[in-house]
Each structure stands twice: as structure tokens, then as C-alpha cells.
Design a binder for this molecule. Structure first.
Ligand code: GTP
Ligand code: MG
Length: 369
């Protein structure tokens, strides 16, 4: 499976995007995975690119791609005068550096691509700090992989002692920035903790909307609370947590919040950066997991969400599966019922229309925290 699609007019900064099917993501629908990668690329602000897709039977530890594929990629880069290569998978620092040298272009891997989207997105002070934290954590992993180029002795005045390398100085500086940001985030966390304690004392239930990116979480929050959180067909449109009062049938039922979405192959350092808000999920009375039922990979998305929740220590929480975008699904009710039987309890809705949200409203009306 190999093809080259061109959307570029080649009159500007030529970019090559490479969608890769690896042994790790073999079990998932490749077309939907590729579409998700294109969405990531578009969400990062790139509008024109050359596209190359390929399947790897094994991943090379030094160059990621095997010899034959590398030759094809080099030929493409030369032919199209490529100035940047974007790859759908996360790379190790060594793979990134080797490819950068071999292709003589900057390499943007999955993590860096997601970071670019993050950079464009956060609005609140806390959101911005978390994005900054994600950058610092990523920089730290890249620094750890840096070898020769930074390991010569730095002659800077003010360097701690003789023999300290540039790499050590940079690492120390990064560590200081991370510690400072962590302290600031802990301060903000305290504010939320106070709000949470107040809720608990007053017995106010809290509902958290979670799920894969672009599933319709913000659309759902807007529909059931009349708020106006930005919802768009873009990955990671939401980076800030929004909390609203939840009214069902005219009665106040508690509070509800919407937060950053998850994605497959989300690098650990990015989860780490958002931990201070995601950790709040541990205190939710109910999780609403929104799922884009129209995506061929929706079952895989549910597995991804489960894995991240486990990683965050959010285990055994009451959860309702909210299968969304039912308007885009053409399966018969029988086929659907069969497919969804394993996810209990669940509702099937369409957050775009009030009427099609009825099953969720009905669930929340009878829900007891
Ligand atoms: N057809 C259809 N589209 C929907 C539905 N719900 C949401 N969408 C669309 O799906 C896209 C993503 O919706 P969002 O609400 O931004 O999704 P999200 O889960 O908040 O996404 P992130 O914040 O990026 O993680 C938007 O273009 C919505 O209009 C639905 O029920 N049907
Ligand atoms: Mg959102």
C-alpha cells in the first residue's frame, strides 16, 4: 500500500507528510487513521502538502524507516525540493536526528505536530501553562537524546563549574523552568481543590465529559448547558477545562465540565503536562465518554481512552458511553444494538440536534449520584 497524493502547488514552503502503518497500529482501520493524521496536519495550520503513505513491517531503531523506504523518501524530497517532513508516528530523539541529517530537512514527528496544535489553542492562563509544560517536557526528552553536538564544554561565564557541558547547563535550566511551572500549576490546582471540597461538602455531583478528540464533547456541553465553548471540526479544539452548572428538566443536578481530548499514540509527556486538570477526573461523580460513532475506528478510540484513564488512575468510575454523531451512521438499529451491547450503560445521540439528545437527558434525569 503505497501512494503519493499531491495537494501542493509547490509555490511555497514544500512539505511532505508521511502516513505510516506500523506493526503497532496494524489492527486499526488504516484509512480512518490516515484521515486522522491529515486532520492533525490541517489542525496544525498546514494547508498544502505532498503526501506519501507506507506500511512498515518493522521499525528501524536508527532511522525509523527501512532502507528501501528511505530511498523512496529521499527521492521524493529531492524531486519536490521538500523543506519539511511531517511523520504520523512518534520518533525517538535518535531517529529524529538521523532523519533530519539524512534528508537535510527539519523533521516533525507526531508529538511535535500535536505540540504545534497546542501552541495555537490554549486560552486560559492554566491552559497556556500546561501547553508550556508540554513543550518543556518534550524539549527535555530531545535534550536527553542529544549527544556529541552539545557535550563539548561550555565556556559560558556563570557556568557552575569547570567541566560542565552545555548539555548539563541546558538540562539544569530546563529543570528550573519545569519546577517553576509545576509550582504555579500546583497553586492553581489548590484553587480547584477548594472548589471541589466545597462541592463535596454541599453534596453537589460533578459530571466530567471526556473522550477522543473531535468526538463532539464541546458540542454536547454547549447543547446541554447553553454555553458557547468553541466546537469545530479540528483536532484539539479544546485545551482549556470549562465547568458549567448542569440543569436537567429545569432542576439543578450539579456541575459539568468539558476538557482536552485524547488521541492514539499520545506521547506520555503530553499527558504529563495536562495531568493537573485531568487528575480532577478522579473526583467526578460520573464520566460521560463521548464517542464519534461515525468513525470506523471508534472501538479503538474507546480502548485509547481506557488506557489513558488507567494511566491517570481513574479506575472504576461510573461511566456512561455517549455514542455521538448518530446522524452520520447508516447501520441498521439491529446491527448497531449488537455492536454496542458490550458498552454498558450507553446512549446513542446526535449532539447537533436537541431532539436527538433526548436519550442522554433521560439518563441524566433519572441519574442518582
Ligand atoms: N454530524 C455531526 N457532527 C457533530 C456532532 N457532534 C459534533 N459534531 C461536529 O464534530 C466536530 C467536533 O466537535 P467538538 O464538539 O469540537 O468535538 P470535541 O470532542 O470537543 O473536540 P476537541 O475539543 O477537539 O477534542 C464539530 O465540527 C462538530 O460540529 C453530531 O452529533 N453530528
Ligand atoms: Mg472540544
Amino acid at each position: 500500500m503505497k501512494e503519493l497524493i499531491s495537494t501542493s502547488t509547490m509555490d511555497e514552503h514544500p512539505i511532505l507528510i508521511i502516513g505510516v502503518q506500523t506493526p503497532q497500529n496494524r489492527s486499526i482501520d488504516s484509512q480512518s487513521y490516515l484521515q486522522e493524521f491529515r486532520n492533525l496536519v490541517l489542525s496544525s495550520g498546514i494547508t498544502k502538502y505532498e503526501e506519501y503513505t507506507t506500511k512498515l513491517r518493522s521499525v528501524d531503531s536508527s532511522y525509523f524507516f527501512t532502507q528501501g523506504k528511505l530511498e523512496e523518501i529521499i527521492a521524493l524530497c529531492t524531486k519536490h525540493h521538500i523543506e519539511e517532513v511531517v511523520i504520523s508516528e512518534p520518533l525517538t530523539p535518535q531517529q529524529e536526528r538521523n532523519l533530519d541529517e539524512l534528508l537535510s530537512t527539519p523533521i516533525v514527528d507526531r508529538t511535535a505536530l500535536i505540540l504545534r496544535i497546542f501552541e495555537r489553542g490554549a486560552q486560559t492562563a492554566e491552559g497556556k501553562m500546561q501547553v508550556e509544560m508540554a513543550f518543556l517536557h518534550h524539549k527535555k526528552t530531545r535534550l536527553a537524546g542529544k549527544g556529541i553536538s552539545l557535550s563539548q564544554q561550555g565556556g559560558n561565564k556563570g557556568a557552575k563549574g569547570p567541566g560542565e557541558t552545555k548539555k548539563e547547563i541546558e538540562a539544569r535550566h530546563l529543570e528550573r523552568q519545569i519546577n517553576k511551572l509545576t509550582a504555579d500549576l500546583v497553586q492553581l490546582q489548590k484553587v480547584r481543590e477548594t472548589q471541589r471540597k466545597r462541592r463535596t461538602t454541599l453534596g453537589i455531583p460533578h459530571v466530567s465529559i471526556i473522550g477522543y478528540t473531535n468526538a463532539g464533547k464541546s458540542t454536547l456541553l454547549n447543547a446541554i448547558t447553553k454555553s458557547t465553548v468553541l466546537a469545530e471540526n479540528k483536532l484539539f479544539a479544546t485545551l482549556d477545562t470549562t465547568t458549567r452548572e448542569l440543569f436537567v428538566g429545569g432542576l439543578k443536578r450539579g456541575t459539568i465540565s468539558d476538557t482536552v481530548g485524547f488521541i492514539q499514540n499520545l506521547p506520555h509527556e503530553l499527558i504529563e503536562a495536562f495531568k493537573s486538570t485531568l487528575i480532577d477526573l478522579q473526583y467526578a461523580s460520573l464520566l460521560l465518554q463521548v464517542i464519534d460513532l461515525s468513525d470506523a475506528n471508534y472501538q479503538n478510540h474507546i480502548r485509547v481512552v481506557k488506557k489513558i484513564l488507567d494511566e491517570l488512575g481513574v479506575i472504576d468510575k461510573p461511566m456512561l458511553y455517549v455514542f455521538n454523531k448518530a446522524d452520520l451512521v447508516e447501520k441498521t438499529p439491529e446491527v448497531l444494538a449488537d455492536e454496542l451491547a458490550q458498552y454498558q450503560p450507553h446512549v446513542v445521540v446526535s449532539a447537533l440536534s436537541k431532539e436527538k439528545l433526548a436519550p442522554l437527558i433521560a439518563f441524566l434525569s433519572s441519574w442518582k449520584a
